[in-house]
Design a protein around this ligand. Structure first.
Ligand SMILES: [Mg+2]
Length: 146
């Protein structure tokens, strides 16, 4: 399976999760490990940044609801099986499972907490890695993804 689109969660994947929302540039701290240089070396790039505009858990874009992922797949005209979603939370994985994309979970700021909240069905669909660097290494191996 060729992966054509990678969707990254932000907090806990790209930047350090503060346990609350980043509200200003000074609070944004990149996690070690660069994926962008690898993406660009392979001819890719970052094409879109999206966020849920609401704190309402019923908002379709608020994970574990899958509206944001569905919107991204539609806007890039991609199938879920051509897409990897990398996140750090169970809610990320639940949203990804809803749309059917490939799933990589990096450790959250507490290690790998809340994994007990994942169903066995969901655990079978997730590739567990430590961080974005190891997730990138996994993808670059070119192995068939689940
Ligand atoms: Mg996160």
């Amino acid at each position: 399976m060729t992966i054509k689109l990678i969707i990254l969660d932000r907090d806990g994947v790209i930047n350090r999760d503060l346990g609350t929302y980043v509200t200003c540039p000074e609070e944004f701290e990149f996690i070690d490990g660069a994926m962008l240089s690898e993406i660009r070396a392979g001819g890719g790039d970052i094409h879109q940044i999206v966020y849920c505009p609401s704190y309402d858990n019923n908002h379709p874009w608020r994970k574990p609801n899958a509206g944001m992922l569905t919107e991204l797949l539609n806007s890039f005209n991609m199938n879920a099986n051509e897409t990897v979603f990398i996140g750090d939370s169970v809610r990320d994985m639940q949203a990804g499972m809803t749309v059917g994309c490939h799933l990589i979970k990096v450790n959250d700021c507490y290690g790998n907490s809340h994994i007990d909240k994942m169903t066995e069905e969901l655990k079978k669909q997730v590739i567990f890695t430590d961080n974005l660097t190891t997730a990138t290494a996994y993808l670059l191996q070119g192995k068939s993804i689940k």
